[in-house]
Design a protein around this ligand. Structure first.
Ligand SMILES: [Zn+2]
Length: 375
């Protein structure tokens, strides 16, 4: 029996694919393992996690680190949908971004002449940053009750890289759909897990603390058609799938996802081989009692702590560019800013899911000559 029924069709019969282990700090309030399962009925692949809504609320309120914008490129997301915006959205349309994070997309919309902009995010810190930037922003999440004056208010809503995090995606999509005018457009992006088997440079840790829904084109369609949303356009940006739906009210029959479970099995097989290779590097560092500064404090580190000998190494500290994390602790080791490395002899172990090469460049540009190892 699954702990979590299928978030797309609510069936509770599933086929286990693989158990994922992480070493999750206690103050995150999230379980340290979950099973990846495939729904017997609709084929959707998801994390059968024991975590409840309250646990994720706590995590995203207290351990939310998206508010830091010290490294982000404001235009990246705008550029990826600019063609669609020109085609479908007028400059004076009423627009809402939900889960806006630091507001880089909504701010880019403003810069490009869009005038009626709203942003919602659960993080107080993110909201005050957006308000400082002159964006109408308010604290809310996709599960918040739709207020009477929000009903059918918007010409388009944007939900980028949120749906893969939602314990109850149908409830979230239903709320946003209610805020859309009839024939309004719903822009949504998710990682496409049906592609990860073939991804030439896969992210080392696609199955992490936060991603609990593993969408494909088909399963995203299935989620959206249940709310009368018909797909009108799509594109891929690497692993990211961007699909645009229109609120037409049509509700076709079930759409089954037949390909994602196999793609995920292929990815995990490759990941397990890579972990064995990584562990050889880590064992050598452990045996030499090499003094380490571990760069990165996210899910990838938690996964390496649980599945390799990293926690037996001579770790001196963690390093992170994210200012919100600096000054905190990770597994009782202090988290410092990169500047701390300047006066240390420590070997730098880069354990981030993304940006490994830019971080290496950053270290070199700071004039730090310490040995660097990419994990
Ligand atoms: Zn299902």
């Amino acid at each position: 029996m699954t702990k979590r029924c299928c978030p797309l069709c609510n069936t509770c019969n599933s086929i286990p694919i693989e158990q994922i282990h992480m070493s999750v700090p206690a103050d995150y309030h999230l379980p340290s393992s979950y099973c990846i399962v495939s729904c017997e009925n609709c084929g959707f692949v998801y994390a059968d996690t024991a975590a409840a809504m309250d646990d994720y609320d706590y995590y995203y309120t207290h351990c939310n680190f998206y508010g830091d914008d010290s490294k982000d490129d404001n235009n990246y997301r705008y550029d990826s949908v600019a063609g669609f915006l020109e085609k479908y959205v007028s400059r004076d349309a009423n627009l809402l971004e939900c889960g806006a994070g630091n507001g880089r997309f909504i701010r880019a919309l403003k810069q490009h002449g869009y005038t009626h902009l709203s942003a919602a995010d659960p993080s107080e810190e993110s909201i005050s940053r957006m308000q400082e930037a002159g964006v109408q922003a308010y604290i809310s999440n996709v599960y918040s009750e739709v207020l009477p004056d929000e009903y059918e208010k918007y010409d388009a809503v944007f939900l980028f890289e949120v749906a893969e995090h939602l314990l109850f995606p149908r409830k979230g999509i239903a709320n946003l759909q209610a805020m859309l005018k009839p024939n309004g457009l719903f822009f949504i992006s998710v990682p496409d897990y049906s592609q990860i088997g073939e991804d030439p440079s896969p992210i080392p840790n696609h199955f992490n603390l936060e991603h609990i829904n593993y969408f494909s084109e088909k399963s995203l369609d299935y989620l959206m058609v249940q709310h009368g949303m018909e797909r009108v356009d799509q594109k891929h940006e690497g692993m990211t799938l961007i699909q645009i739906y229109q609120k037409t009210g049509l509700k076709p029959l079930q759409i089954k996802d037949n390909s994602t479970a196999y793609a995920i099995q292929k990815y995990l097989k490759r990941q397990n081989c890579q972990r064995e290779e990584l562990n050889k590097v880590i064992e050598a560092l452990r045996d030499k009692k090499c003094e380490l500064a571990v760069w990165g404090t996210g899910s990838y580190v938690m996964s390496l702590f649980a599945t390799t000998d990293l926690q037996q190494c001579n770790i001196k500290c963690f390093i992170d560019n994210n200012k919100i994390k600096q000054g905190r602790k990770m597994y009782n080791y202090p988290i410092y800013s990169p500047a701390f490395l300047k006066d240390t002899p420590y070997t730098i172990l880069i354990c981030t899911m993304l940006y490994q090469e830019p971080i290496q460049t950053q270290i070199q540009e700071m004039g730090i000559k310490n040995t660097i190892i990419l994990l």
